[in-house]
Design a protein around this ligand. Structure first.
Ligand SMILES: Nc1nc2c(ncn2[C@@H]2O[C@H](COP(=O)(O)OP(=O)(O)OP(=O)(O)O)[C@@H](O)[C@H]2O)c(=O)[nH]1
Ligand SMILES: [Mg+2]
Length: 643
């Protein structure tokens, strides 16, 4: 059976709830407060089967200006709207605002229902119709049917039903292949069952027993019971209204506006790129960075609006914006949204999400605007390619891509494979379907080769770098799998060589500067110097060797672990250093503390060496300086001691 969802819209008291009752027999105003005040506050739900065997879900919305946020949640994702106007009152402020909202949300089709015609002179009906024609011109309701009814006498209700039936037949059914998403519009506890949430199945399908995830909290639970229009089902699909009984998530942990999804599919966001249409009757130009209310799905968040392509947005203009939200929401490309003012609360604009997981952008950047223009006007395949090309040196997973393009998983996969076939991308992780664009891979390859080259230059006598050392020099987003692919490709292409666990550029030759046996001579000289060793400069002068050459030998010996560099120009032989270290530790164990003069005495060296040495022991966290004294670090007797 095909499912279509119709929402009501219109000014307060114009007869929306009465109309739903006349159509379905259900009074959707169930709250005590609603009964007492005679107005709708929360969303109401009913359904009926149309003559052409289409099941029509109905969402009744409140007309009160204070509850427009509920109205937006109710009509987000509907197929059809019934714009209700009381014939005895005509067009009123929320008639226009609700119409604006439906237009901004791109509700596809609808009709206008003039209610309360039992209260009206028939000649006046023509006047109202003229008024209606005026407000719907230039909107999706331009050629929509206008029906006149009385929910009290029942007049016009059969004609309205046929009109709804006809329109419903024109609505295309939704594919249930996409990622499952259900924006929650009600949460309650049902005795004996526990947590129940309801909402419209925007996309995908959901089956009994499945594990679900609530976003943005990330809580997981199981589908214990599943109902579609009051009947238990095994599976609910896109376009239906579902009530989901959840096991493992408390009612108090969920609120309207949360989204039900499958684990590891969708992710929430606080940064969104969008194209914003600013309504012509907005009260004043929109300035950069103003904070407004942002509605998407059944949720609402405060958003700072960054204008990317202009200084300010005049009423009636449109532009590219980046929204920075105060709380996370689920927003996918091509989702529609509404912006309402934060001080004077009225609908001031809305538009389309272009990217729910963008980087922070610079304003007035022509490349940013070009990219966003493609996301706005290009095909979803072009958008997909753009996201892959911009994925960075870490690559991008199928899951991330599905959050960033409006495409079915299968279509994304087949394009990825096509791109691989053409050599436009590489698979990093076939399991997670993680890919990297060819040009990003080239950047990574260049970075790795440059790092190796730089290493050879610094340590001409070292054979190369270990794999792990090289990896730490690459951006952190490069994962192990990508790194392994990179290394084996570079080895295969003979650009690098792996020899005894070390990687080197294939052109690199271990430097032969040590033909003169300098390393041995340096080591001997430094060892002989004890705790007052010669510097590279001193040795080079004494031996009449080039200073650069001698310094390279020192660095080489540090790398080999033979020498220890305390600070620039002061290198000790490891043996002398370790010896002193042992002496110091023993001294501190028996005396608890040591002063600088005592330490100097221990080293028998001048201040030039003693001071850097004791500071080095502080630096390597062997000792802790407490005023003029040092103690051993980390021993229990010093823990908590005040400086
Ligand atoms: N005579 C007459 N009265 C009607 C008709 N439809 C609704 N009413 C009355 O108008 C009042 C408001 O009707 P509702 O259906 O609650 O209006 P609503 O649009 O749902 O109001 P909100 O949800 O608060 O925006 C009620 O007293 C209804 O009895 C009608 O066709 N004829
Ligand atoms: Mg109502």
């Amino acid at each position: 059976m095909k499912h279509v969802i119709l929402g009501t819209a219109g000014h307060i008291d114009h007869g929306k709830t009465s109309l739903v009752k006349a159509l379905t027999g259900v009074d959707t105003d169930r709250l005590k407060e609603e009964k007492e005040r005679g107005i709708t506050i929360e969303l109401g739900f009913a359904f009926l089967d149309l003559p052409s065997r289409i099941r029509l879900g109905i969402i009744d919305v409140p007309g009160h200006e204070k509850f427009v946020k509920h109205m937006v949640a109710g009509v987000w994702g509907i197929d059809l709207v019934a714009l209700v106007i009381a014939a005895d009152e005509g067009v009123m402020p929320q008639t226009r605002e609700h119409l604006d909202i439906c237009r901004l949300l791109r509700v596809k089709k609808g009709l206008v229902v003039l209610t309360k015609i039992d209260l009206l002179d028939r000649e006046l009906l023509e006047l109202i119709k003229e008024e209606v024609a005026e407000i719907v011109q230039d909107t999706f309701l331009k050629n929509a049917p206008i029906l006149a009814v009385s929910s009290v006498t029942g007049e016009g209700i059969p004609q309205l039903l046929s009109a709804i039936d006809l329109l419903s037949q024109e609505i295309k059914g939704r594919s249930s292949e996409g990622l499952f998403r259900l924006p929650i519009d009600r949460v309650f506890t049902m005795k004996g069952f526990g947590t129940v949430v309801t909402g419209t199945m925007i996309s995908g399908s959901l089956s009994l027993g499945e594990t679900i995830q609530v976003l943005p909290s990330g809580l997981e639970g199981k589908v214990r019971n599943l109902q579609v229009y009051g009947r238990s089902v095994e599976k609910a699909v896109a376009g239906e209204r579902a009530a989901v009984n959840l096991q493992g998530v408390e009612t108090s942990a969920i609120e309207r506006g949360d989204v039900l999804t499958r684990p590891n599919t969708l992710s929430s966001t606080q940064l969104i790129d969008a194209y914003l249409e600013y309504l012509p009757d907005a009260p004043r130009p929109l300035k950069h960075r103003t904070k407004q209310r942002f509605h998407v799905g059944t949720t609402l968040a405060n958003a700072s609006i960054f204008l990317l392509d202009r200084e300010s947005l005049a009423p009636g203009e449109s532009g590219f914006v980046q929204l920075r939200l105060e709380r996370p929401v689920v927003a996918l490309p091509q989702d529609r949204f509404v912006i309402r003012g934060s001080s004077a609360i009225q609908t001031i604009g809305g538009g389309v999400i272009l990217d729910g997981h963008p980087d922070k952008h610079r304003r007035f950047s022509s490349s940013v605007i070009a990219d966003l223009s493609l996301l706005k006007d290009g095909t979803s395949e072009q958008a997909l390619r753009q996201h892959i090309h911009h994925s960075g040196m870490g690559g991008i997973t199928l899951e991330d891509l599905l959050n960033r393009v409006e495409m079915l998983p299968n279509d994304v996969q087949s394009i990825i494979r096509q791109m691989e076939g053409k050599g436009d991308l590489l698979f990093i992780d076939p399991e997670k379907l993680k890919v990297i664009a060819k040009e990003q891979y080239q950047v990574l390859r260049g970075t790795a080769l440059a790092e190796l080259g730089e290493f050879h230059q610094r340590f001409p006598m070292k054979s190369g770098l270990s794999k792990e050392e090289l990896r730490t020099k690459l951006p952190p987003e490069v994962d192990v799998k990508l790194f392994q692919i990179l290394i084996s490709k570079l080895i295969q292409s003979k650009e690098i060589v792996l020899e005894k666990d070390k990687l080197r550029l294939s052109g690199h030759q271990v430097s032969s500067v040590d033909e003169k046996g300098l390393a041995k001579r340096v080591e001997a000289a430094v060892l002989k110097g004890g705790l007052q060793p010669p510097s590279p400069k001193e040795l080079s002068e004494e031996w009449s060797e080039s200073e650069g050459e001698v310094r390279a030998i020192f660095e080489h010996l540090v790398h080999e672990g033979v020498l220890v560099r305390i600070k620039s120009e002061i290198y000790f032989h490891r043996a002398s250093f370790e010896n002193l270290k042992e002496q110091l530790v023993a001294y501190l164990k028996s005396h608890q503390e040591i002063t600088t003069p005592q330490f100097k005495e221990m080293t028998k060296a001048s201040r030039k060496y003693a001071i850097p040495l004791i500071e080095y022991f502080d630096q390597i966290k062997l000792t802790l300086r407490l005023g003029e004294k040092r103690v051993l670090r980390g021993t229990s007797q010093n823990a908590g001691k005040k400086v």
